[in-house]
Design a protein around this ligand. Structure first.
Ligand code: CDP
Ligand code: CDP
Length: 231
């Protein structure tokens, strides 16, 4: 069976990474969380003082891009890949609301996108990859054999993300989470370079009323059909 490329894009907290991981495991494909790469650069920018509540030194950050090495390594305990930045496992700190509050500004910088997209091309060069993000079906892999575009109402997504963060012990309010989601949706959809939009040939899935399993079964059928068509 020839392997295909599966691109999953959509708004924040629509279940993209959950279903991408499930699919990759089931199909024995590689999973790439492209959002984690943008989060990693944001974490670096925060750690080294390029971005905070009062300033954003874009020129300084861009000048350091060659020093930022982002990669994934399997975590034996969880069975999924953790993201690393220059040797440091940053899987946990990149998921905080603080990083979420800055990531869309960092992701709007063309030089950052250029660097990360180059790496994403390499990661998916042999096919057999499920990659999720905002521009995978439009920019990174415009020839992907299966493209999905995930949506759900902002309130549903905020509830899901709020539950996830509080379960991990993060102290956040529902309103802060909702505000972050709406702001990122807006910034990601309206930036000049590679804005979030549905590719013309992507299949839209609104999962507001789908459980994780229902969503997986529906998408697995689409993936199996796309693989069949390609063979
Ligand atoms: O998990 P969630 O959907 O909240 O976000 P994510 O996938 O971790 O992505 C974090 C941020 O990275 C997004 O809000 C975008 O600003 C940026 N991103 C992007 O610009 N392009 C991608 N391919 C993936 C993420
Ligand atoms: O990757 P993305 O930000 O699109 O979303 P995710 O991290 O996969 O999912 C966000 C949260 O929503 C997770 O806690 C999922 O378990 C939950 N979710 C859900 O409860 N039902 C769905 N149909 C999809 C996601």
């Amino acid at each position: 069976m020839q392997k295909i490329t599966i691109a999953i894009d959509g708004f924040s907290s629509t279940g993209k990474s959950t279903v991408a991981k499930q699919l990759a495991k089931h199909l024995e494909y590689i999973y790439v969380d492209s959002g984690a790469m943008y989060r990693a650069v944001t974490y670096y920018a925060m750690k080294y003082g390029f971005i905070d509540a009062t300033q954003f030194d874009v020129v300084g950050l861009v000048s350091k891009l060659h020093d930022i090495v982002v990669y994934f390594e399997l975590n034996e305990k969880t069975g999924s890949a953790d993201v690393y930045l220059n040797g440091e496992n940053i899987e946990i700190p990149i998921r905080t609301l603080e990083v979420s509050n800055y990531v869309s500004q960092v992701a709007a910088i063309p030089e950052v996108r250029y660097q990360l997209v180059k790496q994403q091309h390499k990661m998916g060069s042999e096919k057999g990859v499920v990659m999720d993000g905002r521009d995978i079906g439009t920019v990174v892999f415009p020839d992907a054999e299966l493209k999905l575009f995930m949506t759900a109402s902002a309130e549903t997504r905020a509830t899901r993300r709020y539950d996830e963060l509080t379960l991990k012990g993060d102290i956040v309010t529902y309103n802060d989470v909702l505000h972050n989601i709406e702001e990122r949706d807006y910034m990601d959809s309206n930036r000049e370079d590679s804005p979030l939009r549905k590719a013309d040939d992507a299949i839209e899935i609104d999962n507001s009323n789908l459980s994780l399993d229902e969503q997986f079964q529906k998408i697995l059928k689409l993936a199996e059909a796309a693989i069949q068509k390609n063979n």
